[in-house]
Design a protein around this ligand. Sequence first.
Ligand code: GLN
Length: 586
Amino acid sequence: MKYILVTGGVISGIGKGIIASSIGTILKSCGLRVTAIKIDPYINIDAGTFSPYEHGEVFVLNDGGEVDLDLGNYERFLDINLFKDNNITTGKIYQHVISKERHGDFLGRTVQVVPHITDAIQEWVMTQSLIPVDGQKEPPQICVIELGGTIGDIEGMPFVEAFRQFQFRVKRENFCCIHVSLVPQPIMNGEQKTKPTQNSVRALRSMGLFPDLIVCRSSIPIEMAVKEKISMFCHVNPEQVICIHDLACTYRVPLLLEEQGLINHLRDRLDLPIGESSSNLLFKWKKMADRYENQQKPCCIALVGKYTKLRDCYTSVFKALEHSALTINYKLNLMYINSSDLEQNTENQDPIKFHEAWQKLCKAEGVLVPGGFGMDGTLGKIQAISWARKRKIPFLGVCLGMQLAVIEFARNCLDMKDANSTEFEPDARIPLVIDMPEHKSDDMRGTMRLGIRRTVFKVENSILRKLYGNVPFIEERHRHRYEVNPNMINHFEKKDLNFVGQDDKGERMDIIELANHPYFVGVQFHPEFSSRPMKPSPPYLGLLLAATGNLNNYIHRGCKLSPSDRFSDGSDDSFSEPRFSDLEIN
Ligand code: GLN
């Protein structure tokens, strides 16, 4: 096992996660099996209780882990499925050590940060790195470990110390450190400044970690003289200084790293079993990046949500839309609409915002209502759903979005004016969306339905079924507490709103489709978490296909892309492969 630790310097938020994922991508493209561990030095056990405004969206894994959104980057870039233990937090490490202490495992000794916490970190990393994440049986060969925050943070210290010890434990040829730093260019003099990088590398060295590569983030490519200066002051060769300037397209990052000799460097440093010729390995990424940068035809989608001020709150939804747009060769024009702005006659109504919001919605060729919690802004979302339903504008409702679509339909088409979710109105006269906790034998406290669950298609003639490759069932990730009341679905099906996907017992309603509408689909799960650049999520692809007027053709072609949209000469079919084709009910 080879370990690559990625640390950050100067400030956070400079794309360390993307760089770490890109390093993994390059090594994967060289034929190596790669896994990833993200360390978040905060004390929370996991990201489950975070408001999206804290750290962006909460990402959900197959095993139900609620984790930092960076884990989503690893899954998307590397096309792997991680586990909750691939996300380490200070909270998890302390919880683990304290429970051992209570159990008497330390035989009466004093329990200390060094060595007990630092040992626990190292053991966690060693154990977790061996778990296969690509569906194969063999363990990974490379583990990319991203240490969140920046060097010097008090919270990160035990982790830095753990890795200082770790490098000796696993031996030099099995461990290297890549430091991602910032080279700012203040407008006052326009010069690229190396001092912050010098200082953060000095801090890293003073703690016993020596960077093998320094990746400099900058707004424009950095000059040779600057590179040489960093090399001189940071005690590395100029080839060990790699630059990643701001790019419109993140698919270029692996390419830019590769161009600067990352593969050769890591091969030599870690003695990796990689052949000499590596120039064609990132072929698909290059094609993707070229296509991304040359997209011409726009497709305008409105995302009607609650957390529209911070883009990170909907990262996976945005990515899933982008994967789909890229696949069919359209340029995604995503408009974020704060659903409260669509509401009329509310207390704080701002007429300008109201008109702007409706103008955006009117322009949309497709409407997406994502997941969410709480009642704020739900009226606006219901209005957007009504608009899409009546105007026959393609619509996808995800989780809360699906629940609200059912409520909208009940209120406006079934004359159930009082239909509501008990999440917003515990004593609703018509409890249409109700609390349905899922008590699993191993965790009686769990009141959320979390992680991968099976949805069985109840009918042959379902759009989603076709988009998923005509499979009998699918498995997607869930994160919700409330669900459509299964006792009420008859009323809806009489009026053509069909519950085409349910759990295998027929108790939980997972997919709705409205007949006689180009695309009116709701899913109780979150398909965005399993979307990949090369394998777009079918419900999202359906929305983009419908919004661009291509859905019927696509379905008639047997859910295959048109030859001109394929990424290659046909030898590579990965873009049109149904993801669940190999699953069978046993
Ligand atoms: N608030 C809803 C529930 O708990 C929807 C959750 C979501 O959209 N993720 O069921």
